[in-house]
Design a binder for this molecule. Sequence first.
Ligand code: PEP
Ligand code: MG
Length: 759
Amino acid sequence: MLEVLRRLMQAVNDADSLEDALTLIVAQVRAAMHTDVCTIYLRDKRSQKLIFRATEGLNSDKVGQFGLGFDEGLVGWVATREEPLNLEDASAHPQFQLVDGLGEEAFNAFLGAPIVHQRDLLGVLVVQQGDHRRFSEDEEAFLITVSAQLAGLIAHAELAGAIDSRAAPHAAAGDSAARLSGVAACAGIGIGTAAWISPHADLQTVPSRQAADRVSELKAFRAALAAVRSDIEQVAQNLVSELGPEDHALFGVYLNILDDSVLGGEVAALIKAGEWAQGALSQVMLRHIRHFERMEHSYLRERAVDVRDLGTRVLGYLQDASRQEIDYPPRTILVAEELTASTLGEIPRDRLAGIVSMRGSANSHTAILARAMGIPAVVGVEDLPLKRLPDQQLVVDGYNGRIYVNPHADLLARFELLLAEDAVLLEELAPLANEAATTSDGEAVSLWVNTGVAADVQRGKEFGAEGVGLYRTEVSFLLRDRFPSEEEQRLLYREQLEAFHPAPVTMRTLDIGGDKALPYFPIEESNPFLGWRGIRVTLDHPEIFLTQVRAMLKANEGLNNLRILLPMVTSIDELRAARVLIQRCHEEVITEGFSSSSPDVGVMIEVPAAVYLSAPLAEEADFLSVGSNDLTQYLLAVDRGNARVAELYQALHPAVLAALAHIVKAAHGQNKAVSICGELAGDPRAAPLLVAMGFDHLSMNAGSLLMIKRVLSAFSRGELSELMSSLSALRSAQDVSQTLDTALAERGLDRFLRRGGAP
Ligand code: PEP
Ligand code: MG
């Protein structure tokens, strides 16, 4: 059964339209279960009817012609209760109902299963049979499994269908069906044209598109073919001594697939007919893969793997070549399966109006990068129909985590208004750049900036940051294809230190692992967030740590505003071991003739163990800094990068707030300063509370600085203390958020919270 399921999923995945997908499902389920009938009803959101959408065994002329209410027939019964119904004699059920002309009279046995996706009922899947018999438990379990697995694919195909119909000229003005939901990752509105970037070649996601120039597309295809041929010949050559002549001959067969007389010719013909090379390749390859996958003979079925592999290789070359040529529209919305630092870097900053990705969540590192760049972003849009989006007009609502595809004129006008209001708000905040952050009664608050790329330094200074609370050194490591040398690092670090001198610059030692993988230092683990991360990696690789610290100390020469911060510390031993290495580096650079003072060394509090150890850690370190992103993840056991549990990732959870209060008390008990550098520091709701708790510095993305200055200036010291005590009795994150929302709203600051952009 697993094999049947796998093939069914693959076939549905490859289908060109929702109709094709549904037709395939009913045919394959009926065949697999040996029933007389298989039917799918899908819920129409507007009419709230269960529409008869596909059938194998009933009257197919009725497809699309009628719908059942939730109180009608057995299908309505299954939909209302969202549970399966297994009947030996359907007509004996009190809710049984016949639809004229459907041809159900001959069937007695009935088995229906709801199709549910993310708590949302999409429809009902039904099988029927003439015999008077109850379907077996195995059959029932199979239908439930099929329906659960198909739910995601159907949701995806429905959205794709909605997008196609909105792109059509007759799309209705009130139709808001082509709206997708995800996780808001960077506040703001982005309006523009979608451009798709795939970090790795994937035949499945290539959109169909008209070739701008058929001759050059054909040339590109031929060049990609030649490159793949030569790669494979090279592989064959390398294996010549290991393989016998028969096995070796397989490479010849493999290469033949690409010949003009086989698939190559078909692709070329499609290009000549006007399709661009990537689209033509993907269509031909997917068609043949489907064909092979349906074959009964296992040897032939395996050929599907070869065709997919070859197609992917050719596609990889085509994408590499076209990437250099893409002319991005002036307002580009980057659409990707997964955002990476390098895909972000591919589009010139002044053309990037928004970001949308299938994976990731608000606190994944790419989302942080998007925020650092100040680009409205929605991530974790699980049902993103990548193929349909390129060249379509998109609105990215980074306040509410929604995107709209080809919005109608009214909706577009409303978002354009919001965009204009945002610009006005920015202008209003601009004068705050030169003012220090204070409470309404004049007490100073220290705001620092988090940096990663060069632009952060410039924006941080521009908006009046009083220092750098977190320089994520790994960002420059992530953007390279090898470890940077000591001298390369020294130059980078010098820029940061000089830019803010004499204010402090807090440099975090390399924090890789988790969701941050260096392309040239892969870490393969089944549970990376609990694995080899942060200081664990660098203590195991002192050569990496020592090089980095030496570069920092040398960069610090004559400036002496460097502070060093250690990520992911869970024990006092790690702090001690790191201090020994830092001390050794310091002695070395002094011996080499550099005059660099010994920097303060701080510990990031990011895991529960460090919360409980914060007093001894504060005693032995020079300062503490709370990484609330990881701390929230580890305290609540919620993966910060997993969109499915994004709603459970609540940085205002009372447990997190209790931990924060504990850390501040522990640090101050040792007379050490404590800052917070996670995203919470730049959250307009949280910032007043953090100041009330006693954090000495809030360190945030440059884009949040002015807004936080404005928010803090609306609270007096006394009001901050009151706010804190009113929160201490609250037991849920929702209650905390609501209280903070109200406090902001009372001061006219709700403009900074997420706003309802559209229906
Ligand atoms: C944190 O975890 O809060 C933090 C600041 O570090 P990063 O987001 O880089 O993991
Ligand atoms: Mg962290």
